[in-house]
Design a protein around this ligand. Structure first.
Ligand code: SAH
Length: 346
């Protein structure tokens, strides 16, 4: 019989499982705290649970854990992890140190099916989706390793979070629970390449997290050349969904715009972008693209990024240039996993 993935269960699901074992409901709360607040992985140390229950859980269930396959620490304090899952697959997480606290960037899938032409994470396609407990384990393992509280989460690592919708939603419930790490939804950002039906669905959940949309181009011709997902959900449809999302949730969307030299960084692109997002009060995050192996794209130089930003501001937009942390340790997601694959294959 397959073991129950204990740390992937939300509080209601855990309560159902525990009461199904004939235990009182308060045991589920005790257990949830052990798993998600104290991050205990050894049942025999869960001292307020009866021995018989500890043994039952040992037999029937599994706690998702990760081992640190590689770790790199940047001069600016950024820590990048290559985590190994029990099935041998690897994922990446990055911890960034900001003045307001520690932020972790987590992966939601092993690989990615979206095929963005500039992205290292998608080069080997999608291997599998992560369970909620595996995403939570990225946070727990990193927090225990750095020995400091992680207060913010961005779902911007390997994978497309909205392509793993149920597991990601379960993860968000678990991580924001007052009985767990209690990371507020206000401190969580989810980034998507633009899966329109899932954006619509997410709006209905009214979670209070920040939605980031990887736009990267202001028209279909350019966006389709960079992101195959645009052939399925073109720019007009995507922006319509974004406007509706803002209306439903009352939360402003943040747009990511990775700048590629000579491709999407022209004054005409800035004009189109401003026009597209007019009246949304949206935040535009400009990021010089991080060139990955096998990609023809190179980054817009700093002066041109600044000029593009000033043009957007002049057109009434709210635009900033993303500070780049950890560039000395290939902290752009997907890069370490690709490197590690190269090691084992070569
Ligand atoms: N699948 C999600 C989240 C993961 S990628 C998404 O597409 O949003 C997180 C962000 O990094 C996205 O905005 C993505 O487009 C961007 N990104 C990927 N590769 C990049 C690269 N080489 N340089 C700059 N940004 C990149």
């Amino acid at each position: 019989m397959e073991k129950v993935k204990l740390t992937s269960l939300t509080e209601p699901a855990l309560a159902e499982y525990i009461t199904g074992l004939g235990q009182p409901a308060f045991r589920a709360k005790q257990l949830f705290k052990w798993l998600h607040a104290r991050m205990e992985t050894d049942f025999s140390k869960m001292s307020d649970l009866p021995k018989a229950l500890q043994e039952k859980l040992t037999q029937e269930t599994v706690i998702e854990t990760l081992s640190i396959a590689r770790k790199q620490v940047s001069k600016d304090g950024t820590v990048k992890y290559l985590f190994r899952l029990p099935d041998g697959n690897c994922i990446e997480s990055v911890v960034m140190r900001y003045h307001y606290g520690n932020t972790i960037c987590v992966s939601t899938e092993v690989g990615c099916a979206m095929g963005c032409r500039f992205c290292a994470s998608t080069q080997g396609g999608l291997v599998r989706r992560l369970f909620a407990g595996e995403i939570a384990a990225e946070v727990y393992t990193a927090q225990q390793d750095i020995g400091e509280r992680i207060s913010n989460i961005v779902l911007m690592g390997i994978g497309e979070p909205l392509d793993n919708y149920e597991n990601v939603l379960d993860f968000l419930q678990i991580i924001s629970s007052p009985n767990g790490l209690n990371i507020s939804m206000r401190s969580i950002s989810l980034s998507t390449c633009g899966l329109v039906p899932k954006i619509d669905r997410l709006a209905q959940e009214k979670l209070g997290l920040t939605l980031s949309v990887s736009l990267h181009a202001p028209n279909d011709r350019l966006r389709s050349s960079m992101m195959p997902v645009n052939d399925v959900y073109p720019v007009a449809q995507l922006i319509k969904a974004c406007r509706q999302y803002q209306k439903t949730t009352g939360r402003r969307i943040s747009f990511e715009y990775a700048m590629v030299k000579g491709v999407n960084d022209t004054p005409e692109c800035a004009r189109q972008l401003a026009h597209l997002l007019q009246g949304m009060g949206a935040h535009i995050n400009l990021i010089p693209i991080n060139p990955v192996d096998g990609s023809a794209y190179s980054a817009t130089d700093a002066a041109n990024v600044e000029r593009f930003k000033q043009q957007l501001i002049g057109l009434g937009m709210n635009a900033t240039v993303r500070r780049r942390l950890g560039t000395d340790i290939s902290a752009a997601c997907g890069q370490l996993r690709q490197e590690a694959k190269g090691d084992s294959e070569g």
